[in-house]
Design a protein around this ligand. Structure first.
Ligand code: FE
Length: 223
């Protein structure tokens, strides 16, 4: 495994590809972390924390395999909306997301992603509603393309939100403090529009939320 490619996983937002009863599925996580100390001859180790009650967590527990596709700053925000804000239990999340399915039945996302890794679970620990999987990377890209999307980029450049159960979730009050000025919030995913140079009312009627793709009417003025 190329250390330069591995380094793109650090601190990045990634799509976690899983296999469920109906086929490939995916969610979004920023919790994947490389574990230092593995011997060079051994497969690299990583940890990944998921909400213990999530559909994806149940899939990884059962199948013991998942992929990580590192998103880039060029990955459309709608991919995060499609994979990150709905449960995979009852929706075809990958329907409109370009991907390939590996032999192991898990998907690799191909929406301007930087690189991908195939991970086999070795151990797992459950604590306070989170399950941490310890896994080894058994395959992956030889090269990485683009700039990995950091959590900070997602927050500050895309004004991205996180689902309510995520440790990165910010309450509307905190988000308002961060952004300042007049803001309009998507009632579904929490994306906040507050471009001081282009008022929300001036946006065309067919404008839609860049994260979850819902129409302009799904937005409310922040009080
Ligand atoms: Fe939205």
């Amino acid at each position: 495994m190329n250390p330069k490619v591995l380094s793109h996983l650090a601190g990045a937002v990634a799509a976690v590809g899983v296999k469920d009863e109906n086929g490939p599925n995916a969610c979004i996580a920023s919790s994947a972390a490389l574990i230092a100390g593995a011997k060079p001859a051994q497969a690299p180790l990583i940890s990944l924390a998921l909400d213990s009650d999530s559909h994806s967590c149940a899939c990884v527990e059962r199948e013991r395999v998942f992929t990580l596709s590192v998103l880039s700053e060029e990955t459309p925000a709608t991919v995060i909306g499609a994979l990150g804000f709905v449960s995979g239990a009852n929706t075809g999340k990958l329907e409109n997301v370009r991907h390939k399915v590996l032999l192991e039945g898990v998907p690799v996302i191909k929406e301007k992603t930087c690189c991908w890794f195939l991970c086999q679970v070795l151990e797992q620990v459950s604590l306070r509603g989170r399950t941490v999987f310890l896994a080894e990377i058994t395959a992956g890209s030889d090269l990485s393309a683009g700039v990995p999307m950091s959590v900070r980029y997602y927050r500050e450049m895309l004004h991205g939100s996180a689902p309510r159960r995520s440790p990165l979730y910010l309450s509307p009050e905190l988000r308002r403090d961060q952004l300042g000025g007049e803001s309009f919030v998507c009632t579904v995913c929490g994306y906040v529009y507050n471009d001081p140079n282009f008022g929300f009312e001036e946006l065309p009627e067919d404008w839609f939320c860049p994260i979850c793709h819902l129409p302009k009417r799904a937005f409310q003025r922040k009080k």
